[in-house]
Write a protein that binds this ligand. Structure first.
Ligand SMILES: Cc1ncc(COP(=O)(O)O)c(C=O)c1O
Length: 389
């Protein structure tokens, strides 16, 4: 009899992925015969704009795109990224040293802690937050300290409330603005304040801007619009939400040269980068940003206005956010997030995400993702209205 083979104990630290569980719940409800409107996952229902997909189809057929790609991103893609940031944020980036292509920002988010953290180091992860920030920190055997994001502070971390003992210990501080799940944005003062702290106490800032292009009025800032940020920060960007390209897996990291170099080195040893045809396509999308992004943004804004109004009419408190395609709201009566989500599923056939799934500070809230067509959103709002709480 062979000895029982053991698996690495690290994986025991991972909870089941939140969205997988919710999807199973949806499937079970559908099996019972219900038709479920899923507003749980942040994956746009809208197809990638046809000119982008047609461009990609041509690139796929080119032999020159069939070999191993340039791991850190082709020169063309990195130049397009740098040029886009100059147009969009007015920031100057060295495309050779301050830009790194990623296979989706989730990939970069998971790998970044490996090059920053050693066993026993400390990383700050906001609570509530996107679950993937924990992945690389857990695998680096570093410690996670959660800091609360509170509505009264505009869902920004209260930097003045962080104990100096903790500030001295931190090596990595994750930020995410525009924020998932709350939709909050960060202003220049906040970014300037955290950059100053990072310099004083020597920690890295990893700012995730995956939702930066889904905004309603003022374009959200890049952390690099604040001077001195390149000394201590990197920022994630992605084509996923901007161009409805979640399945294409293309994103990038900009900022501090040492991090870009070392993460590039790690990736050379782990993956060989994204398919050239997709890199070419992302460059095309960014070069033609004005043709595609504004209309997608308008669609999400219209959806938001209608759906939020529907919820408010039925007594929900909707957080008045400025970006993202999420609605972060509290139900008409005080109840746990999970109870609320199950009640909506059972009584209205609408699946949303419990705020507590993003961390205990999300308790009491529910996140709706506006990634269903207008008629379904209207139907969902009407069904929610009829629930007897
Ligand atoms: C806050 C946040 N960052 C990053 C990502 C991952 O984006 P990408 O598709 O670029 O991996 C997501 C995906 O939902 C997200 O919500």
């Amino acid at each position: 009899m062979p000895k029982k083979l053991a698996l690495g104990a690290k994986m025991n630290k991972f909870p089941p992925y939140l969205f997988k569980e919710l999807d199973e719940k949806r499937k079970a409800a559908e099996k019972k015969g219900g038709s479920i409107i899923s507003l749980a996952v942040g994956d746009p229902d809208i197809a990638t704009p046809a000119p982008i997909a047609r461009f990609a189809a041509k690139e796929v057929l080119k032999k020159s795109n069939h070999s191993y790609p340039c791991g850190k991103g082709s020169e063309k893609l990195r130049n397009s990224i740098a040029a886009w940031h100059m147009r969009r944020h007015g920031i100057k980036l060295d495309a050779g040293a301050e830009v790194l292509a990623l296979i989706g920002s989730k990939e970069g988010i998971a790998h970044l802690p490996f090059i920053v953290l050693d066993k026993g180091d400390t990383a700050i992860i906001p609570n509530p937050s996107y679950p993937a920030y924990k992945t690389g920190v857990l695998l680096s055997e570093a410690k996670i300290v959660g800091i609360p994001l509170k509505e009264k502070n505009g869902f920004l971390p209260d930097l003045d409330a962080i104990d100096e003992k903790l500030l001295k210990k931190i090596k990595l501080f994750f930020l995410n603005y525009p924020n998932n799940p709350t939709g909050a944005v960060a202003d220049k003062n906040f970014f300037a304040k955290i950059i100053k702290l990072a310099k004083k106490y020597s920690f890295w800032i990893a700012q995730d801007a995956a939702y930066s292009e889904i905004y309603f009025n003022k374009p959200p800032l890049s952390i690099f619009e604040v001077s001195g940020a390149k000394d201590v920060a990197v920022e994630f960007h992605s084509v996923s939400k901007t161009f409805c390209m979640t399945g294409w897996r293309l994103a990038w990291l900009i900022g501090n040269k040492s991090i870009i170099r070392e993460l590039g080195k790690l990736k050379e040893n782990m993956d060989s980068g994204q398919f050239n045809a997709i890199q070419e396509t992302a460059a095309y999308a960014l070069d033609n940003y004005e043709k595609f992004a504004p209309s997608l943004r308008r669609t999400f804004h219209q959806r938001r206005k209608k759906f939020a109004a529907g919820l408010e009419e039925s007594g929900w408190s909707v957080y008045p956010c400025e970006a993202s395609f999420f609605i972060w709201a509290r139900p008409p009566i005080k109840m746990s997030s999970i109870k609320c989500v199950y009640k909506m599923l059972d009584c209205a056939g609408v699946l949303a995400t419990p705020g507590s799934g993003f961390g205990n500070c999300g308790e009491g809230y529910v996140r709706f993702s506006l990634t269903a067509r207008d008629s379904l959103l209207l139907k969902a709002a009407n069904k929610i209205k009829k629930i007897k709480w």
